[in-house]
Each structure stands twice: as C-alpha cells, then as structure tokens.
Design a protein around this ligand. Structure first.
Ligand code: G6Q
Length: 479
C-alpha cells in the first residue's frame, strides 16, 4: 500500500524542499534544521543551509550569554526567569520538550503563557521580577490575537517598572514578520528569524525552540536535533518493512480504515512526558484531520484519528477500564524507558512491570476457564462463580505498540518526536490528503474577531439566535 501510494517519491520530495504544502504554496522543511551532515537544500532558488547554520549560532550564542549571566537585565542583574509567549505550535512543542528534559535543566525558571485568559497572565505576573525576567515573544506571523494581546499586556506591566530603553534587555522575538516585530519595539539584534518553510507544529527545532535551548543549554538542544536527524536518516533510507515510522503509520491505517477504530491512545510511562499526548494531539489531529483529498474531493474513508492519552501508571487508575473491558477497540502506543534518570530507589522495576503487564493484559485478556479457576480457588460457590463470571472476563486481542527506549536523553527524545512527525507524513500520503495546512482553525478565529466587535453594538440580529442569546447574556452579566 505504501509503495502504491508513491511513498518513496513523496519522501524524497519532502526532504528536498518540494512544495508539498500545496494549499499554502510552501515547502515543509523542519528536517533541514537537523541535518546530521548539512547539505544544500534549495528553496525558491536559494540555498537555505548556510542561513540555518548562522541562525543556530545566533541562538546558541544568545543562550550561552543568558545562562552564564553575561546577558544582564536593565539594572545589571542576571536573568532568572524566561517567559515564552506563544500559542499552538509556538507553545506546545517548546513547553512539552522543556518539561520532558527537566532532568537536564539549568537554573533558569521557564514560564509558558499561551491562551488569552487574562487571569492566567495576572497569576504569572505576580511571580515575575521586571529586573530579572526575559520575555520571548514567539509568533511566526506576529498577528495571532492571543500572543499579541499577552505580549502587549506584559510590555505594559514591564514599562510600569522600567524605562523604554530597557526593552532591549528583556524582550526578544521569534518570527517571520520582521516588520510587525520592529513595530512592537524589539531591537533588530533581538530578533530570531524563522521561515515559512517550517510549519508551526513542527517548529520546535527552529528558533521557536529558543526556550528549550535556554532551559537545557545549546549542547543538549543540539543533541535533540541530532536525535531527530538520526530518525530522519532512518526514515529516508530504511526499506519500508524495517522503517519504524512507515510500520507505525501502516498499523494506524490498518486499525483506522480496516477496523474502523476512532481513537488512538498515547501512554508514556514517564511523568516527564506527561504532555506528550497533548503535543501529539496538535501534531497529528491538526495535520491529518482533513475531509477532502488532494484533488479537493470529499474522501469516502476515514482520515485522522482522535488522539488522547496520559502518563502511565496514572492512566491505569483512570481510563484503562474502558480500554480493557469497554466496547471500543483503542490501539495504544506504550512508550517506556529502560534506564531511569535517577537511580537510588526501587521504583523502576515496579514501573516497568506495569508497562509490560498492561500490554500483555490487553493482548491476552483473561478467558472464562482462568476466571472460573481463580474464583473457585477463592472459595466461591458455583452460584457465585456463575454470577461473577461475565464481569471478570477480559476478551483480550486489543492492539498496542510498545516503543521501548533505552533512556530519556535529549537525543532519544528528538528521535521519538521525529518518528511521530514522519508517521503523520506517511499517513497523509496514504490517505492522499494535505497534512501541512490547517484551514480548519481559521473559521473560529474569524468569527471571534467579528463577535469581539459586536460586544459594543446594540443590534446583534445578524447572528443566529443561539449566539445572539449567548452574547446578550454575557453583556448583561458584564454590565
Ligand atoms: C500550527 C498552527 C498553529 C500556530 C499558532 C500560532 O501548525 O499553525 O498552532 O502555530 O496559531 O501561530 P503564530 O506562531 O503565527 O503566532
């Protein structure tokens, strides 16, 4: 199926800068940011590799300065807190990776502000010191309502405590929109450029990952890139039946399209990766949640699955009941690490015994005969056994993948994330859909802008009656 779908050619196109994001007329080149042996890649007649190296150096030099304390706040103090202001792709990847690499972190305190909820911003502000905080405004477009609103609120708060000239010590921006960044008042030397050939949800490898680089330092950030680069090489060169992203993508297609399952669970047996499921929710569902094929026709098969999950063993005590005995089949990825990062306690074997036991239980279940024997050994009467039997049987034959990794290192994390990125790509090729646009998030944004304008208006009858009622009620409660 992968061969028939033209996957070989599609992979080459993906890595070499073909404009595979057709509806936005863009190449998709997050892989160019992590080449193990940098080679030239042409986009619109320009070799992008030298610029990637130069911007990486800018990121690493800046991070070294901030970490070492050579970069000072406006009153001469070292930076202690870094606030990442961004949303979606400009937040989820950096936040997830920074959390996942907590073991490798330095002294900098990282804070992530994403949604436009004023209460959250106010809570964060309470913990900040304007003399020692660095703000990273991360927005590819620099027009995103949430990010621009949060950035303005924080700048206003900052300027209540510091002169305008201090902005250059405390605000940096990551964006493709240099004009808007300059309008915001960010000094040229504080701008970290990004490019339109990196999609938001695949951008943690770019300057969008500056918060990661600050939190763990350039060496670990570079290892993260190298790990992803290794997975890229594997994906690009391994034959399909030995190719991890291809195999995993085909397993998803098998359950999605031939067994009609609707959801897939991601269960990392690591608290460090507790936000991997939400990160992958965006990466997978925004990419492959499409209902028309590449020619614009409605598809008559299912495309992207619903992704959800939580860290094990917590999840076992929450939703695993449904996975074991519910009516729905839920293929799951179990992700575990052989070596813990901290030795000196007896937890690892207990954790891993759960990791192996759950997939065994899902696969084998527990049959009638075993349940009968167990109940009889417990001294239950034949009548009690008959009554309890149906509730204690596990059908089994419930599928799972085990991704068993040596240790949670920056490099292995890079490989793991890249694996999912390529799996998304392969599924998009097989389903014949465009994985790199996200028009589905536009409508809500447009309507929100219209509704925002209407809060000051008396006449609301251009809205449907449901929305009209809600707006009126809101206005009443706020007046
Ligand atoms: C990701 C999406 C989306 C995007 C955010 C933030 O692939 O495009 O999540 O990252 O909407 O956009 P900006 O970085 O432009 O603010």
């Amino acid at each position: 199926m992968a061969s028939e779908a033209g996957l070989n050619d599609a992979i080459e196109d993906y890595f070499t800068g073909g404009k595979i994001n057709e509806t936005e007329d863009r190449a998709v080149l997050h892989t160019a940011l992590r080449q193990l042996n940098p080679k030239s890649i042409m986009v619109d007649g320009e070799d992008i590799t030298p610029k990637i190296q130069a911007v990486k150096k800018q990121m690493y030099d800046f991070s070294d300065k901030v970490i070492s304390g050579n970069w000072k706040g406006h009153t001469g103090k070292k930076i202690s807190h870094v606030v990442n202001i961004g949303i979606g792709g400009s937040d989820l990847g950096p936040a997830m990776v920074t959390e996942a690499l907590e073991f490798y972190r330095n002294h900098l305190q990282m804070v992530f502000i994403s949604n436009v909820e004023g209460d959250h911003v106010e809570e964060v502000i309470q913990k900040l010191d304007p003399e020692t905080t660095l703000f990273l405004i991360v927005s590819k477009t620099f027009t995103t309502q949430e990010t621009v609103t949060n950035a303005n609120t924080l700048r206003k708060w900052f300027l209540n405590h510091a002169p305008v000239s201090a902005i250059s010590n405390h605000f940096v921006a990551i964006s493709t929109n240099l004009e808007k960044v300059t309008d915001f008042g960010i000094a040229e030397g504080n701008i970290f450029p990004m490019n339109d050939w990196v999609g938001g949800r695949f951008s943690l490898w770019s300057t969008v990952g500056l918060s990661i680089c600050l939190a763990v330092g350039p060496k670990h950030f570079d290892d993260l890139l190298k790990g992803a680069g290794k997975m890229d090489q594997h994906f690009r060169t391994a034959v399909f039946n030995e190719n991890i992203p291809v195999i995993l993508a085909l397993i998803t297609v098998w359950y999605n399209n031939f067994w009609e399952v609707e959801t897939e669970a991601i269960i990392p047996y690591s608290q460090y990766l507790r936000n991997l499921p939400s990160y992958l929710q965006q990466a997978i569902m925004e990419s492959n949640g499409k209902r028309v094929d590449r020619s614009g026709k409605s598809v008559d098969y299912h495309t992207g699955n619903i992704i959800w999950g939580a860290s094990g063993t917590n999840a076992q005590h929450a939703f695993f009941q449904l996975m074991h005995q519910g009516t729905k089949m839920i293929p799951a990825d179990f992700i575990g690490f052989a070596q813990p990062l901290n030795e000196g306690n007896d937890h690892q074997d207990k954790l891993m015994s759960n990791f192996f036991a759950q997939t065994q239980a899902l696969m084998l279940g527990k049959n009638e005969e075993t349940v009968r024997k167990e109940l009889s050994n417990q001294g239950k009467s034949p009548a009690q056994i008959e009554a309890l039997l149906p509730f204690k049987i596990f059908e089994g034959n419930r599928p799972s993948n085990t991704l068993f990794i040596e240790q949670l290192t920056p490099s292995n994390l890079g490989s793991l994330i890249a694996l999912y990125e390529h799996r998304i790509f392969v599924q998009g090729v097989i389903w014949n859909i465009f994985s790199y646009d996200q028009w589905g998030v536009e409508l809500g944004k447009q309507l929100a802008n219209n509704i925002l304008k209407d809060f000051d208006k008396e006449k609301l009858d251009h809205h449907d009656s449901s929305t009209q009622g809600l707006i009126q009620h809101y206005k009443k409660l706020r007046s």
